[in-house]
Design a protein. Structure first.
Lengths: 112, 110
């Protein structure tokens, strides 16, 4: 199995631009999680889906952030418009249920 | 609200110098405590799950233990390849995903 696949691995953009991060789940997993990691705050949960349905989006910072899961194996996280304080590493993880998570390699976002 | 505190933030060891990392937690009913290893530029990689106080798990030079308030990750005779950030996370009885600590950054010097 290829594991959780994220793209892009690195993204550098200017303030105000739209950013789209992508994630492909491990085949057979039914839960999808988006986390954000910074030195100051560590790993923070943004949103998670179970069977393609958003269950908890209370960690999404504000309306500029949105996430979708158009099918059982794929998800996107969109930031529009982006701001410098959004700079972080964004991780996608998948699992069966909400126990052990399998993480992707992350997308490092820099907003100038 | 579930909380996880890891200490120390950073630890520097000589090769062969055993030590322990601490993970203190406050949860409303613990369903599981997870340890992950994260290498620079990579995603966290699963190491262990502990479910009840008194439980222990081992993998190579690592041993994880659990009490009702904290977990320890013991590293015996570490090698430079053990250098990484070690993350602790808890799963509570509520329907909420893993809550992570900020991690301990371990450096093992040859």
């Amino acid at each position: 199995d290829a594991g959780v696949i994220q793209s892009p691995r690195h993204e550098v953009t200017e303030m105000g631009q739209e950013v789209t991060l992508r994630c492909k789940l491990i085949s057979g997993h039914n839960s999808l999680f988006w986390y954000r990691q910074t030195m100051m705050r560590g790993l923070e949960l943004l949103i998670y889906f179970n069977n393609n349905v958003p269950i908890d989006d209370s960690g999404m910072p504000e309306d500029r952030f949105s996430a979708k899961m158009p099918n059982a194996s794929f998800s996107t996280l969109k930031i529009q418009p982006s701001e410098p304080r959004d700079s972080a590493v964004y991780f996608c993880a998948s699992s069966l249920g909400i126990g052990e998570l399998f993480f992707g390699e992350g997308s490092r976002l820099t907003v100038l | 609200e579930d909380q996880v505190t890891q200490s120390p933030e950073a630890l520097r060891l000589q090769e062969g110098e055993s030590s322990s990392l601490n993970c203190s937690y406050t949860v409303s009913g613990l369903r599981g405590l997870f340890w992950y290893r994260q290498d620079p530029g990579k995603g966290p990689e699963f190491l262990f799950t502990l479910y009840s106080a008194g439980e222990e798990k081992e993998k190579e030079r690592l041993k994880a233990t659990l009490t009702k308030k904290e977990s320890f990750l013991h590293i015996t005779a570490p090698k430079p390849e053990d250098s990484a950030t070690y993350l602790c996370a808890v799963l509570s009885s509520g329907n909420t995903p893993l809550v992570f600590g900020k991690g301990t950054r371990l450096s093992v010097i040859a």
